[in-house]
Design a protein around this ligand. Sequence first.
Ligand SMILES: Cc1cc2nc3c(=O)[nH]c(=O)nc-3n(C[C@H](O)[C@H](O)[C@H](O)COP(=O)(O)OP(=O)(O)OC[C@H]3O[C@@H](n4cnc5c(N)ncnc54)[C@H](O)[C@@H]3O)c2cc1C
Length: 413
Amino acid sequence: MIGERRCGVAVIGGGPAGLAAAISACEAGCRNVVLVERDRLLGGILNQCIHDGFGLHRFGEAMTGPEYAQRDIDRFGELGLEAMTGSMVLELSKERELLVSRRGEMVRLRADAVVLAMGCRERPRGALSIPGTRPSGIYTAGAAQNLVNLENMMPGKKICILGSGDIGLIMARRMTLEGAGVEAVFELLPYSSGLPRNIQQCLNDYGIPLYLSTTVTDIVGDDRLEAVQVSRVDERRRPIPGTERIFECDTLLLSVGLIPENELTRMAGIEMNPATGGAAVDDNFMTSVPGIFSCGNVLHVHDLVDWVSLEAAEAGARAAAYALGQVPRRESIVVRPGAGVRYTTPSRLSGEKNVSIAFRLVSPGRDRCLVVSADGREILREKRVRLHPAVMEHLRVKAADLKGCCSLEVSVQ
Ligand SMILES: Cc1cc2nc3c(=O)[nH]c(=O)nc-3n(C[C@H](O)[C@H](O)[C@H](O)COP(=O)(O)OP(=O)(O)OC[C@H]3O[C@@H](n4cnc5c(N)ncnc54)[C@H](O)[C@@H]3O)c2cc1C
């Protein structure tokens, strides 16, 4: 049976992005906000991140993931906002109609504006094509984190980690603290793909070796993993014959990237940004479908949750304005990544207000400049001592510098 409902702003996802978007939509004057979360609890991935380091920029404090989430959950409650937990959005249309499965019932929710805040999932082994057998003992780092921190179960005793993304680094430390031996972390690239602070605090402080330009080339074991074979790779990331080494282990954790959860976004026919795997949005975080907004990790994978919350608060306020009848002017300026920049977001600007452009770099560097050009004319240049692809960069561009321009490019020089 299908129930029918209407609301002002519907937020999909109850992680830090969805919470911040719902709170700010309400604070911006929309009284009819509904947040839909498939899990039993609000908080998203933060619920399993019991290490500290969250909230340094937003609150000036180092908090654990659950502590950070609780601040927004408390505010959400104070505002009397409605969360449909244990409810999964199965369909989304261009007309902003959601089909929600809720404890065995179907609900059709019609919204004046929608905020997408579905987060991302981890890249699994299948996406890597590692040869070898299929024994047990191979987990994504996030799945292992869930087992250890929420289910009180240890995935294994002798651990190898493929990929130096932040989740893998955090898990290297976590497994060590829980008494497991972490043999090594292997990274395909010639530099770490995690934040420099995590390399120091999670590997160097515990004497865990990081092998760069190295990947797993074979899996050994029948029922249970017994060892991995690793090889060094050349500059085109191909294994170099003769460099094979065997590492005995009973568990391999994969920390090889995150994929924004954009099935609903595609279903609604929203234009995507191929470089981020998220929607292409304007400076109001609105997608190509009017009234549908996107923020947080489903838009692009963030390094810090503080930026997720700030971005989502802006998206929520804009969604509320849309629901209240203030339709933004369509954007006219295209934003492109230039030399040394992997992606930029937003993809389009109206040019009517100051805007923060978020972007990531292709490779690490020292003593370089981040440069913004409008139609080929330099409008902003900022020096950086250290640059790293794991760190999300921001540049604030003034509306006054955008007058009459058609395209904006961000580059490293
Ligand atoms: C292991 C790990 C360590 C981290 N460490 C740090 C750190 O030290 N400092 C820091 O600042 N950041 C850290 N982060 C990053 C931070 O946790 C993320 O940036 C943040 O959680 C992203 O928020 P989000 O709301 O976009 O996504 P999520 O937290 O993933 O929330 C998305 C929510 O959407 C729900 N959802 C998805 N699809 C649907 C659907 N169809 N219907 C209903 N609900 C749906 C999901 O259930 C989920 O609750 C870490 C992340 C991880 C995984």
